[in-house]
Design a binder for this molecule. Structure first.
Ligand code: AMP
Length: 512
């Protein structure tokens, strides 16, 4: 039974006067397994009084969410909600305050947190790495005293307080006593983090500055799928997609900015007829859809019953990393931005590595860029189902074609693709990042590259590339795959690239 069916059953068993008759709320499908969102008038709030609710069922919206379907509920950050059905990644809730007060509908589960829990605090950023905390605190809208509390990367379970102090971010460990009380300075401890924050909001005893406003949240997280009913049924009706503007043309077809269900911006990849076998694609897409990570482009849905096949993904404002590097935006990037972008890609790839999934075509053209230089890996796994054909492709043997300059020798010569051949490609991607999108081996043909690599040749250090970064590239291009690093190692090496600024950790209790 899927979420919708469960919900309908719940409404039916709950009371006779519920807002929806089953014919209104049930999804209409003209073809098996296609979800068609019926366009009806927004449903009236129910008259049914709520039973007495335990506090644990009261939630607060952490971000604004605008309804995408008639079954959704629009909420603003801070609105209070009662969770009526918490199954899956979209919860059925009733708003008890705010813009949708007394209305019911679905909201993304990752947009809400239990009231009174630490997750509902505007200053609690649980899954935020130190580097991301710095980036957020230094971004527009935050002033001295802006702060957040996050989980400490180095010691699981420990928390860190990050504070903006005159353009610099300072980090403090939030330590715990055996009796559970917490402190930043041993001189004074607190029962809860909330008390600690309240105390340091009134005076800065021991801290660099008094805590002021919580750090601004850069953007809401991705929802899981487009809506509650595309999570399980992701073959969607073609008519629910409007193609608005062509974003680009790849080797397999055109990419458009689109609008789903008249509400939700998406990217639509239209695949040229004959570029792949639909069954092969669907098999791969089943796996791709399960791969979820903030640094991977999320596959939302497909229209695969007719050609051209549509692949619906999240939309990234700044397009491909390759174009971003080569055009004006690239000129605005400084070295630390480049390293940070590389670290993000390594993080996405470390997740694929953990999932035993191979990308097979990692390159700057297959990384997409959003706001604030956010990078996400795209097109993972597609190379396996595409019939490749472009100028960067070399046909080593009949039927096997590779983007040669990005492909590891063992993959070209023996069709041996692994996460270690992805590591090789990552080394080339580092070269692309540092050279602002130059073609690798600029003076060589694909054939020459293959010949030279077999003699031990490797690309020289690009101009203005520090040795530390070039050595990382060389590690990725080790002849023997087992000698190449893991993405996990690459991720922390890149994330910690600038961690040596010891001057900023002079005070007691600041994290070294
Ligand atoms: P591709 O077919 O993946 O090579 O895409 C062709 C071009 O379309 C890319 O170079 C990007 O500029 C653009 N593009 C592809 N996917 C997206 C997306 N999800 N969001 C924004 N732009 C995209």
């Amino acid at each position: 039974m899927d979420v919708t069916q469960r919900f309908i059953l719940w409404v039916r068993t709950c009371c006779g006067s519920c807002r929806t008759s089953s014919s209104d709320s049930e999804l209409k499908s003209d073809k098996k397994d296609i979800v068609v969102i019926r366009k009806t008038n927004p449903v009236e709030a129910p008259n049914r009084p709520l039973p007495p609710l335990p506090l644990k069922d009261i939630y607060v919206a952490l971000y604004d969410y605008t309804a995408r379907t008639v079954d959704d509920l629009s909420v603003r950050a801070g609105d209070r909600l009662v969770a009526l059905n918490k199954s899956g990644e979209w919860w059925f809730v009733r708003a008890i305050s705010g813009i949708s007060a007394n209305k019911e509908g679905f909201v993304p589960a990752n947009y809400v947190a239990q009231e009174e829990s630490i997750y509902a605090e505007p200053w609690y950023f649980p899954d935020t790495k130190r580097a991301d905390a710095e980036k957020m605190l230094l971004s527009e809208g935050n002033e001295t005293g802006a702060f957040l509390i996050r989980q400490c990367e180095s010691q699981k379970g420990d928390l860190s307080l990050s504070v903006l102090d005159n353009g610099k971010v300072k980090h403090y460990k939030v330590r715990k006593l055996d009796n559970g009380r917490c402190y930043v300075s041993i001189a004074i401890n607190f029962t809860t983090l909330k008390e600690l924050v309240q105390y340091y909001s009134k005076n800065n005893y021991g801290l660099c500055v008094q805590l002021m406003e919580p750090c601004k949240k850069l953007q809401a997280p991705q929802t899981h799928g487009l809506s509650y009913n595309t999570v399980d049924h992701w073959e969607i009706s073609r008519s629910s997609i409007q193609l608005l503007r062509k974003l680009g043309a790849g080797q397999f077809g055109e990419v458009y900015e689109g609008l789903w269900n008249n509400t939700t911006p998406v990217a639509v990849k239209t695949l040229k007829c004959g570029t792949m076998d639909a069954n092969d694609f669907l098999r791969e897409a089943q796996i791709m859809k399960k791969l979820r990570h903030p640094k991977l482009i999320q596959l939302y849905a497909v229209c695969s019953l007719d050609e051209p096949i549509y692949i619906i993904t999240e939309l990234m404002k700044n397009g491909s990393l390759l174009e971003y590097l080569q055009k004006d935006k690239g000129k605005e990037l400084c070295f630390s931005d480049q390293v940070e972008m590389a670290a993000q890609i390594a993080a996405g790839m470390a997740y694929l590595e953990q999932q035993n999934y191979i990308h097979r075509d990692l390159a700057a053209r297959n990384v997409l860029v959003g706001e604030n230089n956010i990078c996400k890996v795209a097109d993972f796994g597609l190379a396996r189902v595409f019939k490749l054909d472009n100028e960067n492709v070399y046909e080593a043997k009949e039927g096997t074609k590779f983007p040669v300059k990005w492909t590891a020798p063992e993959a070209i010569n023996a069709n041996k693709f692994s996460i270690k051949s992805d590591i090789w490609s990552f080394g080339i991607l580092l070269y692309e990042i540092i050279t602002f999108g130059q073609m690798p081996y600029p003076t060589m043909t694909n054939y020459q590259v293959i010949q030279k690599l077999s003699t031990g040749y490797r690309m020289p250090c690009p101009a203005n590339c520090p040795d530390i970064l070039y050595n990382i590239m060389l590690d990725c291009w080790k002849e023997n795959e087992v000698d190449r690093p893991t993405f996990e190692t690459l991720q922390w090496k890149l994330e910690d690239y600038f961690e040596l600024d010891l001057n900023s950790y002079a005070d007691t209790n600041r994290i070294p």
